[in-house]
Each structure stands twice: as C-alpha cells, then as structure tokens.
Design a protein around this ligand. Structure first.
Ligand code: BGC
Length: 409
C-alpha cells in the first residue's frame, strides 16, 4: 500500500506550492482551520513559483500509486486530471452549500468538469499588479505609470537616478508573466483570448502581438544588467530593499512585502500594470481531492466545505494577498489593492483575462510550449519579433491539429 493511503481517515496530505514565508503562513491558517474541524493537514509543499516543481512531483506520485489526498491543481489542469478520472467529485458538498449561489461565474466554470464539481476554490489573484516604491517616486517626482509610454519615462528617470527601474527575474514563467501583461495592455481581453486561449495563428501574426513583443524587448533593455534568474520571493526582496523602483507581479507579492517590513500605501503603492487598469488578469487557486481512498472521502468533503466558508475565505485571502471567490464577500475587510481586484473581477468575463502562465488559459503542454517560445525570444536579442510570431503561429497550428486528433499529432 502507498504510504499516504495508510494515514488515518481524518489526516489529509496536501500537496501545494506555497513555500515562501508569507505563503507558509497562509497555508498554516488553513491547517489550523482544518484542525478546528478535527482534520489533520499533513503538509507536502513543493517549492517552485507557479507550481513548476509541484506539477512534476504530482505526476511522479500518481504514477507510483501514491497520490496525495488533496492537491493544489489550478485552471485548465483541473480538467486534465479530472479527464483521467482521478479527481473526486464534490457535487454533494457544492449543492448542499449552494456554491452556485455565491461563487463568481468564472470560478464556477473553473471548478467544473463535464458537469461535475471537482475542485474547491480558494482565492483569486490579480497578475496585472504594479508595485512602486513611494519614497523613490516622491523623491523623483514620479507618478505611478498608467501606460507603457509612461512606464518607459519613469524607468528612464529611475535609471538616471541610479536605481533599477523594475525588479524582474529572467526565469521563464516570470518573463512570460510580463509578456501576458503586455498583450493585455496592448489589446484588451478579447484579443488576449484570441492569442492565448484560442491560440489562433492569425492572432500570432497580428500587429498587436508584434507590438507586445517589441515592448517586451524595450522593457528588457530598460531593466538592463540587474536581471538574473531568481525565484519570485528574491525579486520581492530586491524591491523591498529599495533597489528597484517598480515590480510587476501577482498580488501574492503583497504579504511577502509585509514580511519584509513594507506597508501598503506607506512604503509602497499598488496599481494596475500599465494599460490594464480596467482589466483583471487572474489566477484562481483551487484544491482538488484525489479519488480512490474512500475512507478519506468524508474528511475531503469536510475540507472542501470549510475552504469556501466566509470566514476562511476572508482570513486566508487577507494572508495570501488574494481575494475571496465569493460574490457576497465584504470589500470593507479588504485593503485598497484587494478591493480594486475584487471589484474589477466582479464586473465579469468581459474585463477578465485568464493567465496563461498560471494555467488559466490552456492545457499544460501548450502553456509550456508558449512560455518556452516567449522566453527564448526574450533571452536572444538577435531573435526578431517577426520570427517569434512565426514560431508561435507554427506552434498554434500544431496545437490545432492535435486537438482535432490528426494522425501523427
Ligand atoms: C498561485 C499562487 C502562488 C503563485 C506563486 C500562482 O500560480 O496561484 O497561489 O502564490 O503561483 O507561486
């Protein structure tokens, strides 16, 4: 028998990728709330931002017949695992708790597969968040940039004052996150979906994709030599030390900044990434329950029920930097940054863009291939936008063939 299957029925092993100091605190809060309900949380945290490590470990464990009872699986990956018949349906919990009565419609869709609820939603992160150092901005008489042209102007002033304009890692997913922000700013959610959800070859060839790629290169040049391949908490530390004037990152950075003694609205300001104030580029966190060990089922269902409760939603998301998945959440309990996120998300699909990097837009294989392509373009200054567009277009045609089940695909 696999080791995790021998655990007592009320002990649930939870595989997730919340390993930074602040993420750890948020996970500990969940563990404590589980304990209040008589459930033991056995932690199986795997480092790696955006789940790069966790996904691999999960595959290995499932193949070895040792799936954890609970796993952070998000976005399109939920459907991929559910399609294999590996996820427990929690329809009973969702209907008894009337989840449809309070969940945002986008969240309802994300947790369903073939008409069954297969994930418990936790929180919504906003990926198009800009942080700026208030003391530096005041000293240099800068306003938070609302457009990419303003961003460039601010970056030049910071650079002239001897400060790195943007804290940024060259790690592939973090570069791709910058790119998806640029696509959204350049063109809005509709085109964003054409390019990154439908993956249309025409969108790859479009002028707007070229513009986002050109802008990505400009931003790289502005950042200059300070950029290294670093995990995201280190990028946050660079910003917190005042060594960079701005940072663009999902709002999980907020509690990590608090860990570093930075207070929102005092030491740093939070705004939408340039050109995206009206939009919400989202990553929704969800926990799925693995099917198989029936004796764990009552505990798994209880956990799902607790996760969506108003108090866990409010307290967890305040610690995590995200916002509740509930339409009936109380915005008065949120900081200004979170309130803006929750309010914009509540406007619905027309202003929402699913983050490719955080698996909201596409299956894992397509996501990985697109990220690799954008990263390659970013690292190689000789690669032209037109070449990157051609390569993306070729990838998209391949994906389309595959999804039509063409021979050899
Ligand atoms: C998750 C967040 C996490 C972030 C950094 C995202 O994919 O939604 O919960 O904090 O990755 O690892």
């Amino acid at each position: 028998m696999a080791p995790s299957a021998q655990a007592p029925a009320n002990t649930l092993q939870v595989l997730h990728w919340w390993t930074s100091a602040s993420e750890r605190k948020a996970a500990d809060l969940l563990a404590a709330r589980m304990a209040d309900e008589g459930l033991a949380w056995k932690d199986a945290a795997i480092p790696g931002g955006a789940g790069i490590g966790a996904g691999k470990v999960l595959k290995g464990r499932v193949l070895a017949g040792d799936a954890p009872q609970v796993t952070q699986i998000i976005g399109a990956s939920v459907a991929e695992w559910a399609e294999l018949g590996l996820l427990l349906d929690i329809d009973g919990v969702a209907s008894a708790g009337d989840w449809n009565g309070f969940l945002f419609p986008t969240v309802q869709k994300l947790i369903q597969h073939r008409g069954h609820v297969v994930a418990a939603p936790l929180g919504i992160h906003r990926v198009n968040t800009l942080y700026y150092n208030r003391a530096l901005f005041a000293r240099l008489k800068l306003a938070p940039p609302r457009t990419w042209a303003e961003f460039e102007a601010a970056a030049r002033k910071l650079r002239a004052a001897g400060v790195a304009p943007l804290a940024q890692s060259s790690e592939s997913w973090q570069v791709a996150a910058l790119f998806e922000n640029l696509v959204l700013a350049e063109s809005g959610p509709e085109f964003y979906r054409e390019l990154l959800v439908k993956r249309s070859p025409a969108a790859a060839a479009d002028r707007r994709t070229a513009e986002a790629l050109v802008r990505l290169r400009i931003v790289k040049d502005l950042i200059g030599r300070e950029m290294e391949e670093r995990p995201w908490p280190e990028v946050v530390r660079q910003f917190a030390r005042g060594e960079a004037g701005m940072m663009i990152m999902g709002d999980w950075a907020k509690p990590e900044l608090a860990e570093r003694g930075m207070a929102l609205d005092e030491d740093y300001g939070c705004a939408a990434a340039p050109g995206t104030a009206r939009y919400h580029l989202y990553s929704v966190d969800t926990l799925t329950m693995f099917a198989g060990a029936n004796r764990h089922r009552p505990a798994q269902e209880k956990m799902a029920r607790v996760l969506v409760s108003p108090s866990v939603q409010a307290d967890f998301n305040a610690l995590k930097g995200a916002v509740p998945v509930r339409r009936d959440a109380d915005p008065a309990r949120m900081d200004g940054c979170a309130r803006a996120s929750w309010t914009i998300f509540a406007q619905g699909a027309a202003v929402q863009a699913p983050s490719l990097v955080h698996r909201m837009a596409s299956d894992e294989a397509s996501r990985d291939a697109i990220i690799a392509e954008v990263h390659r373009y970013f690292l190689d200054d000789r690669a032209t936008p037109a070449e990157a567009q051609r390569r993306l277009g070729a990838l998209f045609r391949l994906f389309n063939l595959r999804s039509q089940g063409a021979p050899g695909a």
